[in-house]
Design a protein around this ligand. Structure first.
Ligand code: GLN
Length: 261
């Protein structure tokens, strides 16, 4: 009888051990960090947001891609970038598909309910793009716009719906599609982050950015609330990269120094 009880106990222990192993899809790394895949830092982004992330051939490049690479090097991990719609990035972080969202993502109180943010590594501004001859000259004039194009799920989307009403906001998956709606006169203005705004205006005739800041914001990496170890390691890496000038060097490579915010 004692033997039987012992056997049952051993089996129960084995079962709980294996359950424990299979319930965690996380990899562990020599440095003690937990990541989705061992040896890899997986980043979720939306690679249609120049100069932070965009395709050069089939490679994703840009400020965020280079910062992520520098951080991964410091953590001794390989960088893997997963391209997805901007609107899916937070869910990818909370469901453990990626280790961090790095996507010119603004720190907001609402997002903080679902994810933790690293320290901020850059500032952004919500800019307003209009046609060169537009009657819209200030952020307040947006109240007269029949339709404003934004990128779905971005802060520009949230602010415009709050300030001007859902009926006046058209949401597009990609910033470029929002800009195309303006080019073809489907909308009167686009609200989008200032650096992508500059590249879209440079790439399309007859557009300009209003000389007014709609909203100023901070960009940071979104990390799972269950992985504070990774958040601390990323913050340490970012502060070292700030201190030794690497962050500035990366940002200045993509943003001309005289126009840097
Ligand atoms: N900064 C904006 C936001 O966080 C837009 C980011 C993006 O489109 N990649 O909502």
């Amino acid at each position: 009888m004692k033997k039987l009880i012992a056997l049952v106990l051993v089996m129960a222990m084995l079962m709980s051990l294996s359950a424990c192993g299979s319930s965690s899809n996380e990899g562990s790394n020599p440095n003690g960090l937990k990541t989705v895949k061992s040896g890899t830092l997986t980043m979720g982004t939306n690679a249609y947001f120049p100069p932070y992330e965009y395709y050069e051939g089939d490679k994703i490049v840009g400020i965020d891609a280079e910062i992520a690479q520098a951080v991964a090097d410091k953590l001794g991990l390989e960088l893997k970038i997963e391209d997805m719609e901007f609107d899916s990035i937070i869910t990818a972080v909370t469901t453990g598909k990626v280790d961090m969202g790095l996507a010119g993502m603004t720190v907001t109180e609402e997002r903080k309910q679902n994810v933790n943010f690293s320290d901020s590594y850059a500032t952004g501004v919500q800019a307003i793009i209009v046609k060169e001859d537009s009657p819209i000259k200030t952020a307040d004039d947006l109240a007269n716009a029949k339709m404003i194009a934004v990128q779905l799920g971005t802060t520009g989307d949230i602010y415009c719906k709050d300030d001007f009403g859902e009926d006046h906001v058209d949401e597009y998956n990609r910033g470029n599609d929002a800009v195309m709606a303006l080019v073809s006169d489907k909308v009167d203005a686009v609200v989008i982050d200032n650096e992508p705004a500059k590249s879209y205006v440079a790439a399309n005739e007859g557009l300009k950015i209003l000389d007014t800041e709609y909203v100023k914001e901070e960009y940071a990496a979104a990390i799972s609330k269950d992985n504070d170890g990774l958040r601390e390691a990323i913050n340490k890496a970012l502060s070292e990269l700030k201190a030794d000038g690497t962050l500035d060097k990366i940002i200045n490579k993509y943003v001309k120094a005289d126009e840097a915010e």
